[in-house]
Design a protein around this ligand. Structure first.
Ligand code: OAD
Length: 252
């Protein structure tokens, strides 16, 4: 039927044609083509910086200025970045499917690309809150100031991201679990699949019989569970899939 497409993509297209609800579970790799560094692998943030000094609550209490400066550095990268073709294709898919995005990313790019239903499992780097009175602050409240601000109550203001050792936001997590349980297929895009409990979501989808497609530059821990793995850039593969799907669906 799809003689011009390789067998792996043919399987995905056949499944897409009979699907209504799709989950995209994404990681840092989907934002790599927007110029946002990933965490692991070549050029990854955890190659240059130490998570134990920057991404946990004790580190923040010990050296709030350093942690704040690091998040301001990352916020500036995010602020100057634009959603790429990967994010945009996922948003375009909403024309044909009920799409839920479950992301480990804190960069807001899925929302900026136009995805309507996004569960942020690790928080959002543009948001902050006071550790004492919980008052919320947006990035714009600090602009590009690298010096940490204090809340009017005197408490330290921290980024609204999940640090190592912290719980994931429960509502976001259970909404993500439900989306994975109730979808027709799940795409897992640009994640090394090493960080739990987020990584439980695709595994639960797979256990409940969902068709799982992985898109990554390389093999991961998830590859052996995937129905299909496509290796390459998300910003190339996702638009190709959408074009191939539209050709068949719209009969052009
Ligand atoms: P990682 O940096 O661990 O993995 C990024 C993955 O994306 C790797 O498997 C790459 O091969 C792949 N990749 C890179 N560029 C790509 C591209 N253009 N297209 C497709 N794939 C590409 O990032 P995550 O798996 O998201 O947690 O990391 C998970 C969590 O670990 C993060 O949310 C963060 C980090 O510590 C917290 O901050 C709590």
């Amino acid at each position: 039927m799809f003689y011009f497409i390789d067998m792996q993509r043919e399987k995905i297209l056949e499944k897409l044609l009979s699907s209504k609800k799709i989950v995209f579970f994404t990681g840092a790799g989907i934002s790599a083509e927007s110029g946002i560094p990933t965490f692991r692998g070549e050029g990854g943030l955890w190659k240059k910086f130490k998570p134990e000094e920057l991404a946990n609550f004790n580190a923040f209490i010990k050296n709030p200025e350093l942690v704040w400066e690091w998040y301001q550095y990352r916020r500036k990268i995010v602020k100057n970045a634009e959603p790429n073709l990967g994010h945009k294709t996922i948003a375009l898919m909403q024309k044909y499917f009920d799409v839920t995005v479950v992301t480990q990313n804190v960069d807001n790019l899925h929302i900026r690309a136009g995805s309507n239903l996004v569960h942020e499992l690790h928080g959002n780097i543009e948001k902050n809150y006071c550790i004492k009175c919980k008052k919320r602050y947006d990035y714009v409240d600090f602009n590009d100031d690298d010096k940490i601000s204090k809340c009017e109550c005197g408490g330290l203001i921290r980024p609204d991201v999940v640090w190592f050792g912290e719980m994931l936001p429960q509502v976001q997590f259970s909404n993500s679990e439900n989306a994975a349980k109730n979808c027709d297929m799940i795409f897992v895009v640009g994640t090394s699949f090493l960080v739990y409990p987020a990584a439980d979501i695709p595994i639960k989808a797979k256990i409940s019989g969902k068709f799982l497609v992985e898109i990554n530059l390389e093999e991961t821990e998830l590859t052996r569970f995937a129905d299909v793995s496509l290796f390459g850039s998300a910003g190339i593969i996702l638009p190709q899939l959408l074009i191939e799907f539209e050709k068949i669906k719209l009969n052009v």
